[in-house]
Design a protein around this ligand. Structure first.
Ligand code: UDX
Length: 430
């Protein structure tokens, strides 16, 4: 297999057997690819396509400033593929893995490849759309244990080709039940519907959490009970400071704007985004009340990655939280086990603007007036009451990811506030 990228540094790392991103299990796979000689990185797309039969398009499909999908990388790679298969003899299958709005493969990718290669889809080359559903941090495991494999095909020949490829990875493990065959547009829509549903599920439980705080209810128990209903399922029912990452925010936005451009205003998608915009900054108003204002206060922010087990900070709730704290003129001590460098790059927030980046979890707590837990990294679960009392200036905990059991804290010594948790009986229905 050939990994093609325009980024030379990334290709060099792959050829040295090193994973260019932090992803559990990926280094081992790349190392094995290097030692067996089966995996090669290259920046030469023409050579890579000449020596292969199938090409997966995996380029990014970011949002532009207005929230609409930006197809510049898709268009560029389609041109490159067109140039490569122009020089190639024999049938070649191109499979789109990038998330694209329904109709993009039909109306953009195929015409570009045909125009440049002067070849004909269905005759000289086949096209599929095979969306990917893996999660960062668990990507390798998800890839080898998929719930479903969706194959959208231009024609039967293209789909059959992809089926043989995928089936080779999971021979007889699942039988054919795991495969779903459809056309290109349906496959494109499945990916958006899947991600939008999960994002909406998170925004839904976050809204229930916010209401639970008003009613003096613990959302954790509510989520647990809801998850026991098989129709609902317990996954993606953890209330928190909102969803981030490279997929949910951008995909929900892209689908929303695609609908809008066709005159359809999706209320669910817009509410999903709206709730997610406000969710990360909810701890700020809590802190303002507890600390009597934030000016000059030292706030520890623990967890910068958008979720545990990744160094990815794209659309991470931590970015908005820290920006908002800086607007309130607080001083910040930030910690993450792996994501500090990426956070600095992505957010552009330097130390001189009032954020001290700490290399140890305990250092971030030192001298702070409050701590906000933004990502549920495993090491945070080990902190106990004494760690907070002995290191912090005032032990105020805002638990944005429900890491701690409130019963474990002595209310006389620690102020503990958590998302979707309240013992207040102030609300009385009338
Ligand atoms: C997601 C989809 O899960 C995956 O199928 C798709 O291919 C890509 O997008 P990913 O972005 O890697 O994967 O992360 P995921 O584990 O889904 O989490 C996304 C965000 O939702 C994170 O910020 C996470 O903290 C948040 N989340 C998730 C919650 O707030 N509560 C939950 O119960 C689950």
């Amino acid at each position: 297999a050939y990994c093609v990228d325009t980024n030379k540094d990334r290709i060099e790392l792959i050829n040295k057997g090193i994973a260019p991103i932090y992803e559990p299990g990926l280094s081992e796979l790349i190392e094995r690819g290097k030692s067996t000689g089966l995996l090669k990185g290259t920046t030469d797309i023409i050579q890579a396509l000449k020596k292969s039969e199938i090409t997966f398009i995996c380029v990014g499909t970011p949002s532009d400033k207005s929230g609409k999908i930006d197809l510049k990388y898709i268009k560029k790679v389609s041109e490159d593929i067109g140039n490569a298969i122009k020089e190639k003899n024999g049938y070649h299958v191109i499979s789109v893995k990038s998330t694209v709005i329904p109709g993009t493969t039909d109306s953009q990718i195929i015409p570009i490849i045909e125009r440049i290669s002067k070849k004909k889809v269905g005759i000289d080359f086949g096209v599929c759309m095979t969306p990917e559903f893996l999660k960062e941090g668990n990507a390798v495991n998800d890839f080898f244990n998929p719930d479903k494999i969706v194959i959208g095909g231009f024609d039967k020949k293209s789909s059959d080709y992809m089926y043989r490829v995928f089936n080779a990875f999971w021979p007889d493990k699942y039988g054919s039940d795991v495969f779903l065959f459809c056309d290109l547009r349906t496959a494109e829509m499945i990916k958006y519907a899947n991600n939008s549903f999960l994002a909406a599920k998170i925004s839904f439980i976050n809204e229930m959490a916010n209401l639970s705080e008003i009613f003096g209810v613990d959302i954790k128990t509510v989520s647990k009970a809801m998850g026991m209903d098989k129709r609902i399922s317990s996954q993606f029912l953890n209330a928190g400071l909102g969803f981030g990452g490279s997929c949910f925010p951008k995909d929900v936005q892209a689908l929303y704007y695609a609908g809008m451009s066709a005159g359809y205003n999706s209320k669910i998608l817009s509410a999903t985004l709206e709730i997610n915009k406000n969710q990360p900054i909810r701890p700020i108003s809590t802190l303002k009340k507890v600390l009597n204002g934030l000016k000059g206060k030292v706030i520890a922010v623990l967890g910068l990655a958008f979720k545990p087990n990744t160094d990815d900070v794209r659309s991470a709730p931590s970015i908005n939280i820290i920006k908002e704290l800086l607007i309130e003129k607080a001083k910040i001590r930030a910690y993450d086990p792996v994501a500090i460098d990426n956070f600095k790059k992505e957010s552009g927030i330097e130390e001189k603007s009032g954020v001290k980046y700490c290399s140890k979890m305990i250092d971030a707590l030192k001298g702070s007036d409050a701590v906000i837990f933004v990502t549920e990294w495993e090491e945070f679960y080990k902190l106990n009451q004494d760690d907070f009392i002995n290191n912090m200036n005032s032990p105020v905990i805002i638990d944005g990811r429900r890491i701690f059991d409130p019963e474990k804290f002595d209310g006389e010594k620690i102020i503990y506030r958590a998302l979707g948790f309240s013992k207040s009986l102030d609300f009385v229905p009338n």
